[in-house]
Design a protein around this ligand. Structure first.
Ligand code: DGT
Ligand code: MG
Ligand code: MG
Ligand code: MG
Ligand code: MG
Length: 269
């Protein structure tokens, strides 16, 4: 195609290439889901169907992008771990973020409508997501990242479960907020047990731990060769293996669980 005199405008474009040989985490988060959850009457504090819509959307992204090895989600957010050697869109940050955010919104809408034919998504309240990408230089930091998100899930869920437990027992939201102000985890566990008759340990794992989607390999061969030494045929073969790998959904502790991580060495690669 002949160059037009307008082509020079391309020189203004800027692109951030995420550092090579680092793990990429892309986190999407629902925009204004406080309002969104009210509009669609989410159950409080956790709406199982809504969480399942998030999980289904994230799974669909993972199926499409074999570079995603692991995903963790709770509430209105999902974090996707892309392998260190991933070269998706040449690691262009804008491409990756806009793509993940738009896929999440589209899949969310599709799966929502499938799950709620009587309450489809309405034009005045559509699900939208922002996305950010961060590259992490070591696997230890990647693990700390996912611990951070799971701790966040736990803290929010314990608070919300206790808060709504108190409201269910007759407190106004203001009274419940006051009752919980200044309390630590053990206090909340005790309030839940004594005032609400709820043993937090017996709450569903999906609420307490969030959801982990992980690619699983039955026979795993290390790829730990320098990227330059791997032929493109080998790369294609490895990619095919990743595509074929099944994706499991679990709700387990990933913070103090070295065996879980150690059993999945491909997450490190
Ligand atoms: P943002 O992310 O800054 O645009 O604003 P929000 O409103 O999305 O805030 P965020 O992401 O910090 O918090 C998620 C909100 O979504 C929070 O207000 C609670 C709501 N939410 C998420 N999952 C559920 C659920 O299962 N049930 C209910 N009732 N609310 C939920
Ligand atoms: Mg937020
Ligand atoms: Mg949000
Ligand atoms: Mg959020
Ligand atoms: Mg185009």
């Amino acid at each position: 195609m002949a160059n037009s005199k307008y082509e020079y405008v391309k020189a203004f474009e800027r692109e951030n290439y995420l550092l090579p040989e680092t793990y990429i985490v892309i986190r999407v988060d629902g925009k204004g889901f406080h309002k969104f959850s009210q509009h669609y009457n989410f159950a409080k504090p956790n709406d199982l169907q809504a969480l399942q819509v998030m999980n289904a959307a994230a799974l669909e992204i993972m199926k499409r992008y074999s570079d995603v090895q692991l995903a963790y989600g709770d509430s209105d957010e999902y974090s996707f771990l892309l392998r260190r050697k991933c070269d998706l869109y040449e690691r262009r940050e804008m491409k990756l973020c806009t793509l993940f955010a738009s896929l999440m919104a589209t899949f969310y809408t599709l799966f929502w409508n499938k799950a709620h034919p009587e309450r489809p998504i309405e034009l005045e309240q559509v699900p939208t997501f922002d996305a950010r990408a961060v590259s992490y230089p070591s696997f230890e930091i990647v693990r700390d990242y996912f611990s951070w998100r799971q701790v966040d899930c736990h803290i929010n869920n314990l608070y919300n479960t206790t808060f709504w437990g108190l409201v269910k027992k007759g407190m106004t939201p203001q009274e419940a907020e006051q009752r919980l102000s200044g309390t630590v985890s053990s206090d909340k566990n005790e309030i839940l047990f004594k005032d609400c008759g709820v043993n937090y340990n017996n709450e569903p794992e999906i609420y307490k731990k969030g959801t982990i989607l992980v690619r699983e390999f039955d026979e795993y061969k290390s790829e730990a060769t320098p990227v330059t030494a791997v032929s493109s045929r080998q790369r294609q073969k490895q990619d095919k293996l990743r595509r074929k790998a099944r994706i499991e959904k679990v709700h387990v502790d990933i913070i103090n669980n070295n065996p879980w991580w150690d059993a999945r060495p491909w997450l490190r690669e």
